[in-house]
Design a protein around this ligand. Structure first.
Ligand code: AGV
Ligand code: CA
Length: 309
């Protein structure tokens, strides 16, 4: 039987690429997608999510609308990118999505999908974790329906990527957006695997990768994903503005877990300045698994293969 996957993403370019990647995986059944209004504005991001489902002939997969806003907002320039995505030639003429205000809210959809699932569900989160925490607060009994939670989040033995006032730079953005829900997530006793900056720092979006992808643009998905990635290069070439394959690496963990090194640790999360959202090793903290290394050349080749369609 196929692995059931429920995805919550936050509409950034690599989140949308991750949604596409899940839809290319054999033996994987995507049973719902919820969108968090974090690294996106919700309406255009839901439009992008719907268009990508249509492109793959899977508009039957339900979408859930995140209505909860976290504590520390993402920069507006980052949030605006789905507007560009929706205007790309392969997407602009697809039928418009239903009115997103007719969708269930994200926590409602998570509760509905977990309740209806005939087998335990893997939850993939590539944005903040607030929707999952809200859902499990309303329906704690559904914790037993969760096989694993895979979350792109955190920075343990490396610096964070938040550069903001009132912050010391130790946090990763998905945790920083809602440090309070993030800390709560750790307390829920879920089988939790984090894919943190420690490992995503090894997978930048490189010109070499894009150049290889461009040699296979006769495949529509290689053409489209090449355009998505090109849009990530409008940034200053310093560490904090390098675009990484953060969420895509986390997503690939569903299909190629054997290409990752992981470690069982105990951790806590700060909820206050100057390090709000910092994930840190803590003997008195909560047990979880973190990825510490990945076979990056295997990963890049895997992506090139998956997008040959
Ligand atoms: O911290 C990484 C998370 C990932 O889920 N996001 C981007 C990925 O979707 C936040 C982020 C950090 N730096 C960024 C981000 C940047 N330069 N542009 C957009 N988002
Ligand atoms: Ca994201």
């Amino acid at each position: 039987m196929a692995k059931l996957v429920l995805m919550d993403h936050d509409g950034a370019i690599d989140d949308l690429l991750s949604q596409l990647l899940v839809l290319t995986m054999p033996d994987t059944e995507l049973i719902g997608v919820t969108v968090t209004p974090a690294d996106c504005y919700i309406e255009p991001a839901l439009e992008s999510a719907y268009k990508l489902l249509q492109l793959m002939g899977r508009e039957d997969i339900p979408l859930g609308r995140g209505d909860y806003y976290g504590i520390n907002a993402f920069p507006n320039e980052w949030r605006a990118r789905p507007e560009i995505i929706n205007a790309l030639p392969m997407l602009i003429n697809l039928p418009k999505s239903p009115d997103p205000y007719t969708y269930l809210s994200a926590p409602e959809l998570i509760i509905e999908r977990l309740s209806a699932a005939t087998d335990n569900v893997t939850i993939l989160m590539t944005g903040p974790c607030s929707n999952l925490v809200l859902a499990l607060e309303q329906a704690p009994e559904l914790t037993s329906k969760i096989a694993e939670v895979v979350w792109m989040a955190g920075a343990f033995r490396t610096s964070g990527n938040v550069q903001m006032f009132q912050h010391d730079g130790s946090a990763e953005w998905n945790v920083f957006w809602d440090p309070v829900s993030s800390q709560k997530l750790l307390t829920l006793g879920l089988p939790l695997t984090l894919i943190p900056l420690d490992v995503t720092n090894n997978v930048p979006v490189t010109k070499q990768f894009l150049s290889t992808l461009a040699t296979q643009i006769d495949y529509p998905l290689s053409n489209l994903t090449g355009q998505f990635w090109a849009l990530t290069l409008d940034t200053i070439p310093s560490y904090h503005y390098t675009y990484f394959m953060w969420d895509i690496l986390a997503t690939s963990y569903l299909a190629i877990p054997e290409q990752f090194k992981t470690e069982r640790i105990k951790a806590s999360i700060s909820t206050r300045p100057p390090n709000a959202g910092q994930t840190y090793l803590d003997d008195n903290g909560y047990e979880l698994t973190i990825a510490t290394d990945a076979n990056t050349s295997f990963f890049y080749d895997y992506l090139l293969e998956q997008f040959k369609r």
